[in-house]
Write a protein that binds this ligand. Sequence first.
Ligand SMILES: NC(=O)c1ccc[n+]([C@@H]2O[C@H](COP(=O)([O-])OP(=O)(O)OC[C@H]3O[C@@H](n4cnc5c(N)ncnc54)[C@H](OP(=O)(O)O)[C@@H]3O)[C@@H](O)[C@H]2O)c1
Length: 292
Amino acid sequence: MRRTTEERIAQTETGLAETTLGMQEVPKSRQTGKMFTNKVILITGASSGIGADTAEEFSKLGANIIITGRNKDNLDKVATKCEEASPNKLKPLLIIADMNNENDVENIIKTSVNHFNKLDVLVNNAGVLESGSIETTSLEQYDRVMGTNVRSPYHLTMLATPHLVKSKGNIVNVSSVTGMRSFPNVLAYCMSKAALDQFTRCVALELAPKGVRVNAVNPGVIVTGLHKKDGSMNDEQYEAFLKKCADTHALGRPGETKEVSAVIVFLAGEGASNITGATIPVDGGRHAMCPR
Ligand SMILES: NC(=O)c1ccc[n+]([C@@H]2O[C@H](COP(=O)([O-])OP(=O)(O)OC[C@H]3O[C@@H](n4cnc5c(N)ncnc54)[C@H](OP(=O)(O)O)[C@@H]3O)[C@@H](O)[C@H]2O)c1
């Protein structure tokens, strides 16, 4: 249900923040000056890793957040942490959704907008990695990776765009250094992230005249469960992979989720008001390296 302008003004005058119905409204007297107070932020793949950490960071800064994923237990745990971190103890809206199911993706936007009546920031973070080369990657693997990492953010962004145009909001895509540089044996994943980078730049140009910014972060190796999920590494191999980051990343180590979420939050905020179409490496300098 929408309020008239008069109702909004009346509510503001009674001391409540200018906001929309459905949000857990924060009275002016309890606003902490946090930069995302009364903003509505949707984060996909928030049930673990970078997305979970990003949800917590936005919560600390006063945002109303929507978190999505398939794993309800994990989402419940993330929601509890977000509520604890939120200055006004705002509860996140949880939406269980498989990004490869078109009805689920439609439901994310429908449920979010019904609940909050607006959307300010979309973080397209959900993604999968499957290892394999041109000799070993099946079409099923290719479809899974491109479906999750390219088609589903395309679909969600399409549906979110009218709401972001209305709020003059912005989008942050979670890409990878593999979109910028070429690596053997992660073919479909590299292709998917290169597509996401080009998506970022093209949509940035399309929506700039409407006041919507679109950017991406491009992490190097970040310590999450991602690399083990396709079964291509056991614990020992994963440890060796992380050790090798001393050579493969200029700063000599893998990154942490909070080093990525900090940049996502920056790109989504006022401090980045003149940045659009950017793909920002958060990779300890890996994108700048050449073997020698
Ligand atoms: N970790 C790295 O080294 C690294 C480096 C560069 C880029 N990235 C990118 O960072 C993003 C987050 O990855 P992460 O490292 O944080 O890994 P992660 O912990 O495995 O997180 C992946 C997230 O995506 C969700 N997801 C995957 N497939 C989904 C599907 N079909 N439907 C709905 N949700 C789905 C997962 O949720 P459910 O399991 O609940 O479905 C999970 O919340 C990805 O886009 C990844 O490509 C990671």
